[in-house]
Write a protein that binds this ligand. Structure first.
Ligand code: FAD
Length: 372
C-alpha cells in the first residue's frame, strides 16, 4: 500500500507537470475527506500513448499472448503469441503481465461470485483472464478472490459503462420496491451492490431532488451524460413535481416512498442519526441533505462488475511471486491483474490509479532487471 501511495503520487506529479489535470475533487465512497481527483481517463491514456510512441515503443494491436516458457538455466523467456491466426514465439528478458481483470471470463467469475444472473459485466472485452492463466502456469498465486463484488449505481439495462452514477454520495437515498430504505448509502458502492441484490426481485431505486442533481453535475463531471440534459424521453430516470408521482412512474410504491422521504427529511432536519447508520454523505464526509426541491427523481438501479479487484500476488516491485513467496524471475504483473491492493473494499479511483501507479513501478523494475 505504501508503494501505491508513493508511485501514485509520482504519476500524479508527472501528469500534472504535463498539464494533465483533474477536472474536480470530490469525496467518493470510503473517503472521509474529498480526495478523489476526477480525471478524464481518455486524456491520460492518449497522453501516455503519445509518450510511448515518441520513445519508439512499438505497439502492435490484436496480438494475444498465450503462454510463457521460462528457461530454468538462463531464466530467459519465450513468449508465445497469436497474431492474425498465426503463432509466433518471441524471446524476452522481462515480461510484464498487464492483461487487466477476468470479468469477461464467466467460468472464472462463477468460481468466486454468486448471483451472477442479476449482474451485468461492464469490463473490457479483453478482460478474459489470459494473464492470470499464464501467471498461474508459471507457479504464481491468485489472491483476494473473496473481495470480488459488483458495484452499485448502473441504470437498469445499462448499455454503456458511462450509464453509472454515484449520486448517493451526493445525498440521494436508495429504496427497495416497497419504498423503504435498506442500506447506509454512505458505505462502499461494492457493499451496497451486494445488499441491493438481496432485495425483493433484486430491485432498488435511487431517489433524489433537483438540488442533489445540480450538485452532482458540479462535483462529478463524468456524470453529465446522465444528469445534464434530462427530458421526458430520458428512459432511465423518472421525474415529477411530487415524490409520489415520480415514484409511481418508476413502479415504486408511491405512498411508502412519500412517507420514507418525509421521515428522512425530518431526521436530517433534527440532525438525528439516520436508520442503517447513515451519518454522512460518503465514508464520514459531508452531512446528509434533505430531498425537498422539485422536480424529484427516481432511477431504477442495478449492480454491475467493473473489475475483479483480486489478482496475482506480487511484491512491491511488481515481481510475480510463488505461494511460498519466492520471486518468479523476470515476470512482472501490473494493473488490475495484480492482487493485494484494494483489500475488502474498493475506493473509487484506485482501479485506474493502481494501473497508473504500478505500471510506472513495473517500468522501473523492468529497466533495473535488464541493466548489465
Ligand atoms: C465501466 C468501468 C468504470 C470504471 N470506473 C473506474 C473509476 O471511476 N475509477 C477507477 O479507478 N477505476 C475504474 N475502473 C477500473 C479501471 O478502468 C481498471 O482497473 C483499469 O483500467 C485497469 O487497467 P489495466 O491496464 O490493468 O487493464 P485494462 O485497461 O483492462 O487493459 C488490459 C489490456 O490487455 C489486453 N489483453 C488481455 N489479454 C491479453 C492477452 N492475452 N494478450 C495481449 N493483450 C491482452 C486487454 O484486451 C486490454 O486491452 C472502471 C472500469 C470499468 C469497466
Amino acid at each position: 500500500m505504501q508503494k501505491f501511495v508513493e508511485a501514485g503520487r509520482a504519476q500524479f506529479d508527472f501528469l500534472y507537470k504535463n498539464n494533465i489535470k483533474p477536472m474536480s475533487l470530490w469525496a467518493s465512497g470510503g473517503s472521509d475527506i474529498p480526495r478523489g481527483h476526477v480525471f478524464n481517463p481518455h486524456e491520460i491514456v492518449f497522453f501516455l500513448l503519445d509518450k510511448a510512441r515518441n520513445a519508439n515503443v512499438r505497439i502492435v494491436p490484436s496480438v494475444r499472448a498465450v503462454e510463457i516458457e521460462l528457461s530454468p538455466v538462463s531464466q530467459k523467456m519465450t513468449v508465445t503469441l497469436e497474431y492474425l491466426g498465426q503463432r509466433l514465439e518471441v524471446r524476452t528478458a522481462v515480461t510484464v503481465l498487464a492483461s487487466g481483470g477476468f470479468a469477461n471470463n464467466r467460468k472464472m467469475l462463477q468460481e468466486y461470485l454468486n448471483d451472477l444472473e442479476n449482474i451485468q459485466v461492464f469490463s473490457g472485452n479483453g478482460n478474459t483472464g489470459d494473464g492470470h492463466k499464464i501467471g498461474l502456469e508459471l507457479g504464481g498465486q491468485l489472491i483476494d478472490t473473496e473481495f470480488i463484488k459488483p458495484s452499485y449505481g448502473f441504470i437498469k439495462n445499462a448499455a454503456d459503462p458511462n450509464d453509472f452514477t454515484m449520486i448517493f454520495y451526493g445525498g440521494a437515498v436508495i429504496l427497495n420496491q416497497d419504498g423503504h430504505r435498506f442500506v447506509n448509502e454512505s458505505i462502499s458502492y461494492k457493499d451496497i451492490g451486494l445488499i441491493a441484490l438481496q432485495q425483493t426481485n433484486g430491485r432498488s431505486f435511487i431517489v433524489f431532488d433537483e438540488n442533489i442533481r445540480i450538485r452532482q453535475l458540479e462535483s462529478r463531471p463524468p456524470e453529465a451524460k446522465l444528469w445534464e440534459n434530462l427530458n421526458k424521453h430520458s428512459s432511465y430516470v423518472f421525474f415529477a413535481d411530487t415524490i409520489a408521482e415520480a415514484a409511481r412512474r418508476a413502479g415504486l410504491h408511491p405512498i411508502n416512498t412519500e412517507k420514507t422521504i418525509r421521515d428522512y427529511n425530518e431526521m436530517v432536519e433534527k440532525g438525528e442519526g439516520l436508520p442503517f447508520g447513515r451519518k454522512s454523505l460518503s465514508g464520514g464526509f459531508g452531512k446528509p441533505v434533505k430531498i425537498e426541491r422539485p422536480p424529484f427523481y427516481v432511477m431504477p438501479a442495478s449492480s454491475g462488475i467493473m473489475g475483479t479487484y483480486c489478482g496475482l500476488k506480487v511484491n512491491d516491485k511488481t515481481q510475480l511471486l510463488r505461494s511460498d513467496g519466492q520471486i518468479i524471475p523476470n515476470v512482472l504483473a501490473a494493473g488490475e491483474i495484480m492482487g493485494g491492493v484494494h483489500g475488502e473494499n474498493f475506493t473509487p479511483g484506485c482501479g485506474f490509479g493502481k494501473a497508473l501507479a504500478f505500471g510506472r513501478v513495473a517500468g522501473e523494475t523492468a529497466y533495473s532487471l535488464i541493466q548489465p
